[in-house]
Design a protein around this ligand. Structure first.
Ligand code: HEC
Ligand code: HEC
Length: 468
């Protein structure tokens, strides 16, 4: 779940204090000072989130306990250590709903938005390789097909990769075998979005345009100067456009062939995010392998890549219903963890769901917030209802901490009763919350004005001059 609401509020608060002259511009940032100034964790003004689909849901109608546990842990800052945890960062901050995050930008750790240096100095100084070498955050859609792991393919085991992320890159404590298995089970369950334009062998179906068909033919045509190579020789259409190999394609190193499925949603491209569009990628290959492509050829390849990279319904709205479904999913972990007296999992669930609820609450602007008019009593009631839920949830964790698991079970029943009463109250206030796209747009406009004022000293002076 995006941390949008929280960082939005912080950003607005900081931007307005800048206007009032209390805070220096250098302190502008979304995380309360743990991350460098200028940090962006995501698109605060997006009214949608990436759609996530699961193999097990499609096959069996529901996700297993391990997949739900892994999903919850993936959204839990407590899985990571030190600064990441303090800044409220979880796996899901970078891999939103198991995809990428094209907006993430941390000065010093990113070169372009969507990239991040996992061997940089902030999250674990011991993992710092002393080189600023940010790479794109890969989408984990279809990850079970995408070994080896890491852009350079340095890990053959997903287990090892994930453990390394937690313990070394983000200085977390050694995860229990159960949690590690669960995160891996969750990642392996994330599917590609279906693409009805492709058949089972990755071939375009009959409905393709002439340009797409020419592009498909070019894609499998041997390169003139190196007939052992073709696009399709590395991006094998029947194998999810992968070959599980590393190659040097002239991008300063050896990197694994990335999938082209759902790649329309994966920009920026190449390991370091150097290309914003397919057009630029095609020009790279044209130059690198002396392909001698005409403008028409390039356009045809791009049309083909767009057809291959598509996916059905890539986003879903970010609204109260979707967020409540996630709360229910995460919470269902407790139906197994409480009878099993699994105190660490109960604590993590309470912490994670509590964070999601607080984030939800911040989407209902407070009375004094001037970017939203109307629905003041409704918003206040929604915030109060969410607070009730947080308190009811706390009782579950407290009982478990005290070793009273029967009592934790009763507290969970109570939480569900409180939730059932709260949801209608929360939904009533939705029109005046950031879960209404119009409200979000109005807040974006207000933010822009404040931000503009913050960076333009003349405007600040004018605004602060009471005589004007
Ligand atoms: C601050 C951003 C960030 C966070 C937080 C983060 N990742 Fe990543 N993730 C990345 C980047 C960047 C890469 C590419 C790293 C590389 O190539 O070495 C990556 C790569 C991966 C890959 C390999 C993908 C592939 O096909 O090669 C997996 C799996 C993964 N991350 C899982 C996780 C898990 C699980 C967590 C939480 C424990 C997590 N990530 C937290 C940024 C992040
Ligand atoms: C020798 C193997 C090889 C050949 C041939 C090849 N590619 Fe690639 N392709 C790669 C590798 C490796 C990368 C990743 C480079 C990097 O990360 O720096 C890549 C990256 C890409 C990307 C960016 C995907 C992303 O998510 O970053 C696209 C699009 C692409 N190739 C399309 C093509 C097209 C079109 C052709 C033919 C003109 C082609 N490739 C030929 C191996 C190959």
């Amino acid at each position: 779940m995006p941390v949008s609401a929280r960082s939005l509020i912080l950003t607005l608060a900081l931007a307005s204090s800048v206007v009032l002259g209390h805070v220096a511009r250098a302190e502008y940032g979304g995380d309360g000072g743990i991350l460098p100034a200028g940090t962006e964790l995501d698109d605060e003004f997006s009214t949608t989130q990436p759609r996530e689909i699961f193999k097990s849901e499609a096959m069996q109608g529901s996700k297993s306990y391990m997949v739900r546990l892994g999903d919850m842990a993936f959204s839990s800052p407590s899985l990571l250590g030190g600064p990441a945890r303090q800044a409220g960062i979880s796996c899901d901050t970078c891999h939103i709903n198991g995809t990428n995050n094209a907006r993430l930008f941390v000065p010093g750790m990113s070169t372009v938005p969507g990239t991040f240096d996992t061997t940089g100095p902030i999250f674990n100084p011991r993992a710092d390789n002393g080189v600023q070498d940010p790479v794109t955050i890969p989408s984990l859609r279809g990850e079970r097909f995408q070994a080896p792991y890491g852009h350079d393919g340095r890990f053959t085991s997903l287990h090892e990769f994930v453990r390394n992320v937690i313990v070394n890159e983000f200085a977390g404590t050694e995860p229990s075998p159960e949690i590690l298995d669960a995160v891996v089970a969750y990642i392996q369950d994330i599917d590609f979005l279906p693409n009805p334009r492709l058949d089972l062998n990755g071939k375009l179906k009959g409905t393709a345009s002439e340009s797409e068909k020419r592009g498909e033919a070019l894609f499998s045509k041997p390169f003139t100067h190196d007939p052992n190579l073709s696009c399709a020789g590395c991006h094998i259409p029947s194998g999810n456009f992968l070959d599980h190999q590393q190659h040097d394609v002239g991008s300063l190193g050896s990197f694994k062939t990335p999938t082209l499925r759902n790649a329309n949603f994966n920009a920026p491209y190449f390991h370091d995010g150097r290309y914003a569009t397919y057009d630029q990628v095609v020009i790279h290959f044209d130059r690198m392998f002396y392909l001698g492509l005409s403008k028409q050829d390039r356009d045809d390849l791009v049309a083909y890549l767009k057809a291959v990279g598509d996916g059905q319904e890539p986003t879903v709205p970010d609204n109260v219903d979707i967020r409540m479904k996630e709360v229910r999913d995460f919470l269902s972990v407790l139906d197994t963890a409480i009878p099993a007296h699994n105190a660490p999992v109960i604590a993590m669930t309470q912490d994670t769901v509590g964070g999601e609820l607080r984030d939800l609450a911040e989407g209902f602007p407070e009375r004094k917030d001037q970017t939203v008019t109307g629905g003041k009593p409704e918003r206040a009631k929604a915030r109060a209802a969410i607070k009730e839920m947080v308190l009811a949830l706390h009782a579950v964790g407290a009982a478990s901490d005290a070793g009273k698991f029967d009592q934790a079970g009763v507290a969970l029943e109570n939480f569900r009763a409180v939730m059932a009463e709260s949801v209608p109250v929360i939904k009533l206030a939705e029109p005046w919350s950031i879960y209404n796209p119009e409200v979000r747009a109005a807040r974006l406009a207000a933010f822009r004005q404040l931000y503009q004022a913050a960076i333009d000293p003349k405007v600040v002076v004018r605004r602060m001059d009471p005589d004007e």
